[in-house]
Design a protein around this ligand. Structure first.
Ligand code: BTN
Length: 245
């Protein structure tokens, strides 16, 4: 893995995506920054972080997996972060599709941008924001938490960035050729609210339903089973957990 350290940048994801497109990046590379002034989050969200407090980085990998199994990139990333934090004594949950949660609060977020060629994912830019040493967050952020909030300790961002980048690359290589059916249970068992009855708002269904997550598909779609027995397969834009902040 090659590492690029930047003092300040708009977004490490945007930076790495541009370099990939222009052909300047040809090997697995992680770019990290001390300050990000236009951090991108999932959907229309932004990612905010105080300077020099948290891990802000993006990993470019030459993925080479079929688009129908695109969720393997996400699964490898969230599981690698889960396992890395576990080694540090912090047991997290993955909130589908790939938020890192601790005690019902968001410790980290992942933003994956894939470069496709036909039905092959050629390369992935895997952006990770992990809250390490920041103790106070803007009031408008729904439910943030940092490792320092949890343990009172300070953490070395570079060690997290190199450790996690290496583990993500390794994990993706390991699972690339493993059938998705053999990976899903491990992921589901680490999922926030897995098997618990929760309230959901699902696109196309008028009323909120109560049901539980029962499966995840290779595409990344989640399967929720309503208490009525009905199965709903949804992507990220189609479903919302109601008691979500
Ligand atoms: C989310 O919305 O939960 C995803 C957040 C991803 C944030 C990280 S910070 C480093 C990288 N660069 C970006 O612009 N975004 C990701």
């Amino acid at each position: 893995m090659k590492y690029i350290e930047l003092n300040e940048i708009d977004s490490t994801n945007a930076y790495l995506s541009e370099k990939l497109l222009s052909g300047e990046i040809t090997e697995p590379t992680t770019v990290f920054t001390h300050s990000q002034n236009k951090g991108k989050g999932m959907g229309q969200n932004i990612w905010v972080s105080d300077n020099d407090k948290n891990a802000l980085f993006s990993i470019a990998l030459f993925t080479e997996i079929k688009t129908e199994e695109i969720f393997k990139v996400s699964l490898a990333t969230s599981m690698a972060i889960y396992e890395f934090l576990k080694l540090k004594g912090i047991t997290t949950k993955i909130k589908w599709p790939n938020d890192i949660y601790y005690d019902g609060k968001k410790l980290g977020g992942i933003l994956i941008e894939n470069k496709l060629d036909g039905n092959i994912v050629k390369a992935s830019v895997i952006g990770v924001g992990l809250n390490l040493n920041q103790e106070k967050f803007p009031k408008w952020l729904p439910n943030p938490i940092s490792l320092k909030n949890i343990t009172g300790q300070d953490y070395d961002a570079k060690k997290f960035i190199t450790g996690i980048s290496g583990m993500v690359e390794k994990k993706l290589n390991e699972i690339k050729d493993v059938p998705f059916a053999d990976l899903r249970l491990d992921y589901l068992l680490n999922l926030y609210c897995f098997g618990k009855i929760m309230m959901w708002k699902i696109q196309g269904i008028k009323d909120e339903i109560s049901g539980s997550i029962v499966d995840v598909k290779p595409s990344g779609k989640i399967v929720v089973q309503a208490v009525s027995g009905q199965l709903c397969e949804c992507d990220i834009k189609e479903i919302k957990l109601i008691d979500d902040f």
